[in-house]
Write a protein that binds this ligand. Structure first.
Ligand SMILES: Nc1ncnc2c1ncn2[C@@H]1O[C@H](COP(=O)(O)OP(=O)(O)OP(=O)(O)O)[C@@H](O)[C@H]1O
Ligand SMILES: [Mg+2]
Length: 342
């Protein structure tokens, strides 16, 4: 019907809140009907907040004469939420891609990425770790490769750094010093990451682990469109404000069809080194309850531990250099994730 086509064309100009992509692009528009002159638009999405914003945007767009309905996406136990949007595959050398994300900054994404990657390598898998946090690349410091510079191989491909049995690539290797600021438009950041996917000599990988920047922005979305992500791992801390943000991240990934491998709760509790007494600084059970609420697997808890911070800052991942208890936290996360995806 011609008027439906016109409506869809109008919808193509409506962006998903917080993203530079249209709701048509993201396949959120489920159907377009008309009742006389009045369009009836059904959106297939989970995020309440984003839905309300879109309802207002559509009301503005059609001068108030529109009905916006919502079709809740079916809850599924399996790893695919909704239909797969059929992403590109810029990393055909990797059997599985794990994206480590969080709603908020500073919750321990990079620490989890590093130790998860090393834990997988310790199990005998071939693992690459891509630092996609182009504005705050911390991975080289955490793996003791911060002094290395970008090297090109004979095949005109970038040679990744290697340490603790994993291959590593980070924008941090392209800057002269660790405090060089990167003032990049997000489109430039995105092309740098695509180059790291395509022009790094990763070799064959069982796992490509990606440490994402915090939040739910353009880089997350691009990765979801350029790579078939096997599983998103979401890191949170247990306090309610962090859990609000993580809920937004979960909803966004469901809306853009990224399968969620599970939730990791970091800085869960503190064990005093002198007395061994446990303190639940941020409350207890928040992460597990959130995982239940959104029907995603809970992968494990990691306590707030001074040594974990010290190991990480000195370039020696706790899963490699820590004691058995510290190693155990990350190995449990790795095992639980493998149980979801193998
Ligand atoms: N379980 C833990 N116990 C103690 N310190 C931790 C723990 N996890 C992470 N940290 C420390 O907290 C700080 C932030 O962690 P990290 O850099 O991994 O967070 P992030 O989510 O990647 O942050 P950003 O959003 O800035 O990328 C680091 O100094 C790290 O060493
Ligand atoms: Mg980080």
């Amino acid at each position: 019907m011609p008027e439906k086509k016109a409506i869809l064309e109008k919808l193509a100009s409506v962006q998903y809140p917080g993203l530079e992509r249209s709701i048509v692009d993201l396949k959120i528009v489920d159907s377009v009907e008309t009742e006389g002159e009045r369009p009836i638009i059904t959106l297939s999405m989970q995020n309440d907040e984003a839905f309300e914003i879109l309802r207002e945007r559509l009301a503005d767009l059609f001068g108030g004469n529109v009905e916006v309905r919502r079709k809740a996406m079916a809850k599924k136990r399996d790893m695919n939420y909704g239909h797969t949007a059929n992403p590109n595959n810029r990393a055909p050398y990797a059997k599985r891609v794990i994206a480590v994300t969080s709603g908020k900054g500073g919750v321990g994404k990079s620490t989890v990425s590093v130790n998860l990657a090393v834990a997988l390598a310790q199990k005998g898998f071939k693992v690459g770790l891509l630092d996609a946090d182009v504005y705050g690349p911390n991975i080289p410091r955490m793996l003791g490769t911060a002094d290395e510079k970008l090297r090109w191989g004979e095949n005109d491909k970038i040679i990744p750094s290697e340490n603790f049995g994993i291959r590593i690539m980070s924008v941090g290797l392209t800057t002269p010093t660790s405090d060089t600021p990167l003032v990049w438009r997000s489109s430039v950041a995105v092309s740098a990451l695509i180059q790291f996917l395509e022009d790094v000599d990763w070799g064959e990988l069982d796992f490509l682990v990606i440490d994402m920047p915090p939040g739910t922005g353009d880089i997350q979305l691009t990765m979801a469109q350029e790579l078939p992500i096997t599983a998103g791992v979401i890191v949170t801390t247990p306090q309610p404000v962090a859990l609000d943000d993580v809920s937004r991240a979960i909803m966004m990934f469901k809306d853009i069809h990224v399968p969620i491998g599970g939730l990791v709760e970091n800085m869960s509790f503190f064990v005093a080194p002198d007395t061994g007494k446990r303190y639940d600084i941020f409350g207890t059970g928040g992460g597990e309850a959130t995982a239940k609420r959104y029907d995603i697997p809970f992968l494990g808890q990691i306590p707030l531990d001074m040594q974990i911070r010290e190991f990480s800052d000195s370039g020696t991942p706790p899963v490699a250099m820590g004691d058995d208890v510290q190693k155990g936290y990350y190995r449990t996360v790795a095992e639980n994730l493998l149980a979801q995806i193998l």
